[in-house]
Design a protein around this ligand. Structure first.
Ligand code: F6P
Length: 317
């Protein structure tokens, strides 16, 4: 049996752990593993290479993806999908493993609908994929954010300043919510909950009354620009702000234990599922173990921070 593997969309720390697990577990079962470069773009362009045991040495600790990744525009067109299918067939690939986020899993489902055996693995720092408690990369990204907030807090406290820190998450606020909650942020703003400036000013005034000189406000990028929010705070209550946009630092670095663990177990399970003749599923992580979730359900459901959970936890910050 020949299995292809690709990484697609935004890279996520831990993708390499999944690739390593797929290659090594697959080889132990006498499978041939083909790495496809630059996600769906490489699938269309036929950029394939056979992966051996040593090709995945020394990668488990590295962020990014050794297979490179892309957000392929060509794969959004029928012509591109058909070309990809032609290449899969010409290469005699029996099953494909797609590691990526929501858009990549949608692409996987398009291939599955057209008769290709596909299994997805959720890889995205956003943790916005339905059917899994965690997607690969989320934990490391949160650790990166926490590390940055710890450092910002030192200078914020020293100068008694208000910082607005923008983190990733266009439609889903999990990074802001979790990293803000456990790093001691004073206000957390996420796209799932409409922004409310009177609430922000009330919170900041309360803190002023309690003689809290510094404030840490964490905002997910989907809420709006941190510069705009900072300006609103300055205009409404006259507190000067400093802005930090964390950007792609969040997506880099050595993967955490959790990301390496889930990625490794998901990689092994994906190979097993294909060997057992199943496909059209994503390998998720629920209650500390792998689960198979139909790709159709994954792409037709939305995951975000539930607003009741947000308001429950708001009591803590
Ligand atoms: O989907 C992962 C993610 O990091 C989002 O949080 C962010 O909005 C987006 O990718 C950024 O994409 P790019 O690196 O292509 O600018």
């Amino acid at each position: 049996m020949k299995i292809g593997v690709l990484t697609s969309g935004g890279d996520a720390p831990g993708m390499n752990s999944a690739i390593r697990a797929i290659v090594r577990y697959g080889l132990s079962k006498n499978l041939e593993i083909i790495g496809i470069e630059r996600g769906y773009q490489g699938l269309i362009e036929g950029d394939f290479r056979k992966l051996g045991r040593d090709d995945v040495s020394e990668i488990v600790q590295r962020g990014g993806t050794i297979l490179h990744t892309a957000r392929s525009k060509d794969f959004e067109k029928e012509e591109g999908i058909l070309k990809a299918i032609e290449n899969i067939k010409n290469q005699n690939i029996d099953g494909l493993i797609v590691i990526g986020g929501e858009g990549s899993l949608k692409g996987a489902f398009e291939l599955y609908k057209r008769g290709i055996k596909v299994v997805g693995i959720p890889g995205s720092i956003d943790n916005d994929i339905w059917g899994t408690d965690f997607s690969i990369g989320f934990d490391t990204a949160c650790n990166n954010v926490i590390d940055a907030i710890n450092k910002i807090r030192d200078t914020a406290a020293a100068h008694e300043r208000t910082f607005v820190i923008e983190v990733m998450g266009r439609e889903c606020g999990y990074i802001a919510f979790v990293a803000g909650l456990v790093s001691g942020a004073d206000i957390v703003l996420i796209p799932e909950v409409p922004i409310d400036f009177p609430y922000i000013t009330k919170k900041l005034k309360e803190r002023q009354k309690r003689n809290k000189g510094h404030n840490i406000i964490v905002v997910a990028e989907g809420v709006g620009s941190a510069y705009f929010i900072g300006k609103q705070i300055e205009d409404r209550i006259g507190i000067p702000t400093r802005i930090v946009v964390l950007g792609h630092i969040q997506r880099g670095g050595s993967p955490s234990v959790l990301d390496r663990t889930i990625a490794t177990f998901m990689g092994v399970e994906a190979v097993k599922v294909l060997m057992n003749g199943f496909s059209g599923v994503m390998i998720g992580w629920q209650k500390n173990t792998t689960v198979s979730v139909p790709l159709e359900d994954v792409i037709n459901n939305k995951k975000g921070v539930p607003s009741e959970l947000y308001w429950e936890m708001e009591k803590i910050w």
